[in-house]
Design a protein around this ligand. Structure first.
Ligand SMILES: [Zn+2]
Length: 305
């Protein structure tokens, strides 16, 4: 079964923090063991916001993609989903663009950016974060960015973004909103998770939600297991979301994960939980990888069209 993961922070660890690739949770070997055909590697801007060196870090991460151990698609995707592990790139934290559309084009030409999380946890030139951020709509650069992303077939990733920003994307963008690594706020009330209205809006537009494996976004108990992941998946399916669901593990960006789901080699155990709960193979295949793949292809077509 084709499996995709919409978010991990491995490229930051290797490209900026100089971690040895084999010390990361996401490795070529574990992706192959788990049957992951497509891993999204986020170019994470880092924790300092615009005051750091997000643009320079972005360049360093672009320069480190050959250390990931899997081929990264820096041009068009193949016609059919890959059978061996491959990577694609996203940006997490729009401060990497320094308020300049030319920087977006530079990154996109060099590595083909598929998704941009407009903010991380800091206010930037684009807008405001979900986490302890002030209320506010996207700034003028944010609105201009959405337009250019639509033209380039780059999806807006609302994980980390505040609610006003979410609805700006919903209203202003042709491409649907994507939450690459966020869960259900009504099951685990943290600002990084989505409200029901947001989930409904993503379903309506045919976007995507990647379930995040971070314990503290799954439950308030302080520890988590595969059933906690299932609860979030099932809640979105109950709302009619089987065509927008997938995974956004956040591996190499989290320090606590469900028991039995520590790295990409454990994906089959998660799919088995869906089977035990009576999910059909065709629904599991959609959640495992088809939904994200189909949306990526849809976005790419828009770029070419
Ligand atoms: Zn994140």
């Amino acid at each position: 079964m084709f499996i995709t993961d919409a978010h991990c922070d491995t490229l930051r660890s290797i490209g900026v923090d100089r971690a040895a690739p084999e010390s990361c949770a996401v490795t070529a070997q574990r992706l192959a063991q788990g049957g992951v055909g497509l891993q999204t590697f986020a170019m994470f801007a880092g924790g300092k916001g615009p005051a750091g060196t997000p643009y320079e870090d972005g360049l360093a991460m672009l320069g480190a993609i050959d250390k990931l151990g899997v081929p990264v698609y820096t041009g068009n995707l193949p016609e059919t989903a890959p059978e061996t592990p491959h990577g694609i790139l996203s940006i997490e934290g729009g401060e990497m663009l320094k308020g300049d559309l030319k920087k977006l084009e530079q990154f996109d030409q060099a590595g083909r950016i598929r998704l941009i999380a407009l903010t991380w946890n800091h206010e930037n030139e684009i807008g405001f974060p979900a986490k302890a951020g002030p209320k506010g709509h996207l700034k003028p650069f944010g609105r201009a960015l959405l337009q250019r992303m639509d033209q380039l077939g780059i999806l807006a990733d609302v994980s980390h973004l505040n609610e006003d920003g979410f609805w700006d994307i919903y209203d202003q963008m042709e491409l649907p909103p994507v939450a690459s690594h966020s869960n259900c706020r009504w099951l685990c009330p943290v600002p990084r998770n989505l409200r029901k209205e947001q989930v409904r809006a993503i379903i309506e537009k045919g976007g995507f939600i990647g379930i995040n494996f971070y314990t503290y976004f799954l439950t308030r108990r302080g520890s988590s297991n595969l059933e906690d992941v299932f609860r979030h998946i099932d809640a979105i399916c109950e709302m009619g979301g089987e065509n927008v669901l997938g995974f956004g593990s956040d591996f190499d960006g989290i320090d606590s994960w469900p028991e039995g789901l520590a790295n990409p080699a454990d994906f089959p155990a998660l799919l088995d939980v869906l089977r035990r709960h009576g999910y059909t193979e065709s629904v599991i295949a959609k959640i495992a990888g088809e939904n994200f793949w189909n949306l990526l292809k849809r976005a790419e077509k828009k770029r070419l069209g």
